[in-house]
Design a binder for this molecule. Sequence first.
Ligand code: BTN
Length: 319
Amino acid sequence: MKAAILDILRQSAAVVSGEAISGKLGVSRVSVWKHIRRLQELGYRIAAGPQGYHLLHSPDALFPWEFGQREARIHYHARVDSTMNIARQLARENCPAFTVVIAGRQQRGRGRLNRRWYSAAGGLYFTIVLRPQISPSLSARVNFYASLTLVQTLQEELGVAAAVKWPNDILVGERKLVGMLSEMESEGGEVSFINIGIGINVNNNPVLQEPNAVSLKEIVGKPLQRRPLLEAFLDRLEQKSDQAVLPQIIDQWKRHTTTLGRSVRVVTRQAVFEGLAVDVDATGALLQQQDDGTLQVITHGDCFHGIPRSSVGSRQGRK
Ligand code: BTN
């Protein structure tokens, strides 16, 4: 109903009477008024007078009714602990693929390797439920597909030249714009769901907690609407999702990464590896060349670029 009322108001440059809205939608004028009141409370500036209603301004809103055909699959929460927890619950309850859980803020936003992801107002925080019919061993490709798709979206929609840092961080220059976290459950040798959680610094100020982070607002020089960016990403992700599991996805990802060919340090829960990042294999693992020429295959971890050449090659310590 809110989507329909907003549609009518957006189509008219002039005031629209309550009677006209109730006639078009087949509901009472009192019901229209209640919805208008709720929209006003949610931040829509709607002038209400004896002649009717006039929409003056819509907030940078991520409410389900702003997502058109996707409305039923969008779950918006102004405040949550983590969108990962809600998405996991929904996925276990058999929600459809491409269900998206969005939060205005997260009180316990989760990062990789048990880190915290600070989630202040203005950022874009969401988890998307994917259900590819694949074996768990191929699941990393889906993460690579998601980060690649987001890099392409940023480039095509906003002209932002972003690149991926292995495995799935998105950087602009050397500063982190996007963090990505995924969770998978499988049954009988097949993936049941892969939930991909994405945090994008849009209008928030991440440098307060992360000096090496950057926001889109800082890059483009003005605040941005989050919904069009999210929709553009979801459109692309859904359109080509059958390609997510193809081996070629890793080749495409390689064209958008700044990790390969560099000296990197990779920190895992157990160890620290330093060496030259030479390739990523078909499963998404990083191949790192050690001093003696051998290749270390690293399946997960946090990767740091720009390790001085002198210290690269041999170090392989415990954390
Ligand atoms: C990282 O870079 O360490 C990954 C950060 C992932 C953050 C996102 S925000 C939405 C989703 N919910 C969470 O709790 N985490 C992910």
